[in-house]
Structures are given as C-alpha cells and as structure tokens.
Design a protein around this ligand. Structure first.
Ligand code: FMN
Length: 170
C-alpha cells in the first residue's frame, strides 16, 4: 500500500475511451475469506450518478465474478501497465471457479478498507455497490445489440458502484 497515493475521484485524469476499450480493467472481488478473483472487463464506464462518482460494469450471469459481486458489498476496478497484457488476457479467459487466477498471474493481493486489489496495478478504483440492473432485450433499440452481443441470450447485469477512493501508483 506504501507504493500507492490515495486521490479523490475529482482529482483523477484519464483518456476514458483508451482506458476502457484498449487498456481494459481488472475487476477484483473477494473470494472466500482472504482470497480474491480477477476478471478482465472492457464493457464499462465511469461517471456521475445519484450525486456520486460511479463506475458502471456489465457482467454476464455465467461469470464467477457475477456470483462474487452479488455476495459482497465492495470490489475494485484496476488498470495495469501494458507489461501485464498476458495476465489480463488470462484473467479474461480462465474462470476463478476452477483456477486461482491471482496465483497463476503472480499477482500480490493487498487490501484497503477491506477491498481487495493487486500490488501490480497502476490505478485502482475502490468501489461499493449501489445498484444492480438486469439488461433486458425489451430495451434494445438498435437490433445489432441483441443479434451481435447476445446470441446466447446471456444478458449482462449492469452494476453501478460508487467510487470511494482511487489509488495511484507513486
Ligand atoms: C478484453 C476482455 C474484456 C471482457 N469484458 C467483459 C465484460 O465487460 N463483461 C463480462 O461479463 N465479461 C467480460 N469478459 C470475459 C471475462 O473476463 C471472462 O469470461 C472471464 O473468464 C470470467 O472470469 P470469472 O469466471 O473468474 O469471473 C472480457 C474478456 C476480455 C478478454
């Protein structure tokens, strides 16, 4: 934790489209008592809602992360340096149901305010869940969404989480 400075969301600067689409996020959730699972994601957003800085994440129901987010109050969303791309690909393919992804990646688990994250991250957003909203095909206006994103009808759940603090590597 000594390697990170704590900043408020208002101080955070980024190139949002690069950060989300190209760099990807790692969503880290508590798994069991003192372990954690990492899942790569890049369908996401950050913004302001209900008077709070928030993160929007979209998780398909079959992900282990979906179960873990549902069973915990808080999680982290982290950005890594390009040097960790291989690990991020792995965290986007393997499931924490049958793999200890953090161990396989050689990540060092840390906790801040009871929220798990990895020491190898560059930027960590500590988040507390505010709302969960299932995406419904009734709401899709562009027909491409249903056809292209959901041939299996495995519609994402949208999670809206308050960004409590941001940790930035010193
Ligand atoms: C670049 C990338 C982005 C991804 N984005 C998402 C996403 O936004 N939502 C989602 O449900 N799955 C997404 N995935 C798929 C999950 O990361 C993948 O299914 C993972 O194995 C789930 O891990 P878990 O079962 O441990 O939660 C993405 C995968 C990659 C490689």
């Amino acid at each position: 934790m000594d390697n990170f400075a704590v900043i408020s969301p208002a101080e955070f600067q980024c190139r949002p489209f690069n950060m989300i689409e190209k760099d990807w996020f790692v969503i880290t959730t508590q798994k069991g008592g003192d372990n954690a699972n990492a899942m790569t994601a890049n369908w996401a957003g950050i913004g302001f809602l209900w008077w709070e800085p928030v993160a929007f994440t979209f998780i398909r129901p079959q992900r282990f992360t979906h179960d873990l987010i549902d069973s915990t109050d808080a999680h982290s969303i982290a950005l890594f340096d390009e040097a960790y791309r291989k690990q991020l690909v792995f965290c986007g393919e393997a499931s924490g149901r049958d793999t200890d992804k953090a161990k396989e990646c050689g990540f060092t688990l840390l906790w801040h305010d009871g929220i798990p994250f990895f020491a190898e991250a560059e930027i960590v957003m500590l988040c507390r869940k505010m709302a969960k909203q299932p995406l419904s095909p009734d709401g899709f206006i562009d027909p491409v969404i249903g056809e292209k994103a959901y041939p299996e009808r495995d519609y994402h759940d949208l999670y809206i989480s308050k960004i409590l603090k941001i940790l930035v590597k010193k």
